[in-house]
Design a protein around this ligand. Structure first.
Ligand code: AMP
Length: 280
């Protein structure tokens, strides 16, 4: 596994890859868990070479968010990636990514403004900018991302399409703990009592899916079931039933309609989502 610290090293490594070799890319912020590793496995299954980036991107964090405390363990991450047979790991410094005088930002309008974008102004501008920079550097054929960040996938698909980038974005399933909690680096903030309360997100999804299977088609009734399941275990940031393409609230539901939510467990903000026709 080759470790690439700088943009120069990355460019040199990329230039040495024979044309026609399929390259997969998994961008991450590190503190890896099985969710990230499932993306690595998907890339390795589909592509001849796999690049992973580890970079906690400051521009996607708001001023009062957890940039400083975001969990980091580069040594452990590199060990895991090496075990998984990753070919290249890029872990740049912020001086490399945003040198003094940095001026350029990517804004995907519309879809970036709702849900997580409304609660975290500027978040998707930071995400789109870093992913465009990384895609330009790595030049992957395919990029593997988790549908835990369902809105992020749609924002980035829009960006790739609008900017004519020939990268195939593969959206992979959410990996969960045995108890249902969607894996996240931020779960490390939770103590065991908070972890128990955090199960309200996946429980809400399960309850709504069960009601849908039993024939419930009323949007207010389904949202009420979700809200009641969360109850006082968490504080809802948003909780919506949306269509899976534009993430607009729906008035009639089908199998593909998505329950999507962000919920605070004390100070820890967690997200989750699923289609009504799935079964967690
Ligand atoms: P992050 O390090 O949180 O920026 O996530 C890097 C990538 O891993 C993103 O594409 C996430 O959607 C994906 N990811 C994070 N958690 C999970 C999970 N539980 N299951 C599948 N993919 C995930």
């Amino acid at each position: 596994m080759k470790l690439l610290h700088s943009i120069t090293e990355l460019r040199e490594a990329r230039a040495r890859i024979a044309p026609g070799t399929s390259v997969g890319f998994v961008p991450t912020m590190g503190y890896l868990h099985e969710g990230h590793l499932s993306l690595v496995a998907a890339s390795k299954a589909a592509c001849e070479l796999t690049f992973v980036s580890i970079y906690v991107n400051p521009s996607q964090f708001g001023p009062n968010e957890d940039l400083a405390s975001y969990p980091r363990d580069l040594e452990r991450d590199l060990e895991l990636l090496s075990t998984y047979g990753v070919d290249y790991v890029f872990f740049p410094s912020t001086e490399e990514i945003y040198p003094e005088g940095y001026k350029t930002w990517v804004e995907v309008s519309g879809i970036s403004q709702r849900l997580c974008g409304a609660s975290r102004p500027g978040h998707f501008r930071g995400v789109a900018t870093i992913v465009l920079k990384l895609v330009n550097l790595v030049q992957p054929h395919s990029m593997f991302m988790g549908s835990k960040d369902f809105q992020q996938v749609l924002v980035l698909k829009t960006m790739l399409r609008d900017l004519n980038l020939q990268v195939n974005l593969v959206s992979c399933p959410i990996i969960r703990e045995a108890d249902g909690l969607a894996m996240s680096s931020r779960n490390s903030y939770l103590d065991s009592q908070q972890h128990q309360r955090a199960l309200c997100l996946s429980s809400a999804i399960k309850a709504v899916q069960a009601a849908f299977r039993a024939g419930q088609r009323s949007v207010p009734a389904l949202l009420e079931i979700a809200g009641e399941t969360i109850g006082d275990r968490g504080r809802i940031d948003y909780l919506e039933l949306v269509d899976p393409e534009r993430l607009e609230p729906v008035t009639t539901v089908d199998d593909m309609s998505r329950l999507i939510m962000a919920v605070y467990i004390d100070k820890v903000r967690l997200i989750d989502n699923a289609a009504l026709g799935e079964q967690l």
